[in-house]
Structure formats: C-alpha cells, structure tokens
Design a protein. Structure first.
Length: 237
C-alpha cells in the first residue's frame, strides 16, 4: 500500500523535481504497455509533488477497483478504493484539479465494480467534462489514464459496447492512438461483431508494439484474434 501522505501538502506547492518527472514519465510508459502494477512501483519512490501523488493514488485505486470487480464489488473489496478516493479528495481540496478528476474516475470504477451503470455514467460525465475544460486551457487532466479512456474501459467492463467504443474513439481523437486505446477499440469492435475494425486495430497494436514483452496477455490476445482463418496469415511476432 502506498505510504500515508500526511505532512506532504506543503511539498506539493513546489514544481516536481526532475527525478519525480522522470519517474512519472517511466510510469506513463509502463502503463501504456499494460503494466499498471509496475507503473505504480515507479511512482512509489518519486519525490513528493502533486502530480506524482495524484498519479500514484489514482493508479493504485484503478488496480484495486479491478480486483474488487473480480469478486463482485463487495464493501470489503472496495475499501482500498475508498481510501484512495479519500486521499484524492484531500488533494483536491488543496487545489489539485487533476486529483478531483481522478477522484471522480475512481468513484466511477467503484460503481462499475458493482455494475451500477447509472451512477458510473454520472461520475464519468463529470470527470470527462472537467478534463475537457482543463485540457482546453492547456492544463493537466487525470494522470496517465485519461477520463475518456477510463470511460471506454468501464463501459466495456459492464458490457455496454457501443458506449465503450464511442468513448475509446473520443479518447483517440483527444490523445492519439495509444496501445491501450487501440486495444480498447479492438475489443469493443470484436464484441460488436465488427470484425474488420477489430482486425485492423489488433494489427495496428502489433505493428506498433515491437519485439519485447511478446508474452503480455494483450499481445497474445491480438495474435489469437488475427490467427482466425478469415483474417489471413498471422502477423509475425
């Protein structure tokens, strides 16, 4: 579990030190390659600053929410998510808009773990609108995993595939075709029966992946989908 943050708020007033920025960049790269646990590990040792704190608690909360969803979103399983929400609320009260966006997204993830779609939608809409305003002003939204990408992931989680694909496509429009977003569009397209789009997105993922980490479940998934006879020869590893 991440260390308590009591006594860190004064340190947040200063810009992030170069070491913190390097670790934030490293965490972003790891997350883009589907490794949120290692992204969190990168942030554990980051010097104290607002961006690092928000990112660390937010990403840990996403991991905890995913674990909670796997057991039906019980109150006990969601306790770590509630703790992260409380910390982010404190950071938001100290002026961090990124923390407020992250807090809303963790509320949405907690609602998704309990398949509370209406509640989830309200939190996602609030977070997305707030992030849109921030980014329009040249300011940061949610760290590393943005609001629209999270909307896509959560709608996919609760089996609302049309909404998931729209969210992922909007995330792509705002932030570009990252590996995570490309995979999200591929998965939602596959579930919607749009095999042409799914095939194209899985191929794009593999084309941009490189030759390392070929045993990642997401990469194995892409190869398995493209191995279907209707898609022609399998993409080379």
């Amino acid at each position: 579990m991440l260390a308590p943050i009591l006594g860190t708020f004064l340190a947040m007033q200063a810009p992030c030190a170069p070491d913190a920025m390097r670790l934030l960049s490293d965490a972003s790269v790891r997350a883009s390659r589907f490794d949120l646990p290692e992204a969190v590990e990168s942030l554990r040792t980051a010097p104290t600053c607002e961006r690092a704190l928000v990112a660390a608690w937010y990403l840990q909360g996403l991991l905890d929410a995913g674990a909670a969803a796997s057991v039906g979103g019980t109150a006990e399983s969601l306790a770590p998510v509630r703790r992260a929400i409380t910390v982010l609320e404190q950071l938001a009260r100290n002026g961090s808009v990124s923390a407020e966006i992250a807090r809303l997204l963790l509320h949405a993830a907690a609602a998704a773990a309990q398949t509370e779609r209406d509640e989830m939608r309200l939190y996602l809409e609030s977070a997305s609108q707030m992030e849109f305003v921030q980014e329009a002003a040249g300011l940061a939204g949610a760290p590393i995993v943005g609001a629209m990408e999270m909307a896509g992931a959560l709608w996919l989680q609760v089996d609302r595939y049309d909404e998931a694909r729209r969210a992922y496509e909007e995330a792509e429009r705002r932030h570009g075709a990252t590996h995570r977003i490309t995979l999200g569009v591929a998965r939602t397209s596959a579930r919607l029966g749009d095999s042409a789009s799914a095939c194209a997105r899985y191929r794009r993922l593999l084309d941009g992946w490189g030759s390392s980490d070929m045993e990642r479940p997401e990469i194995v998934e892409a190869h398995a989908y493209l191995a279907r006879p209707e898609y022609g020869p399998r993409a080379a590893p």
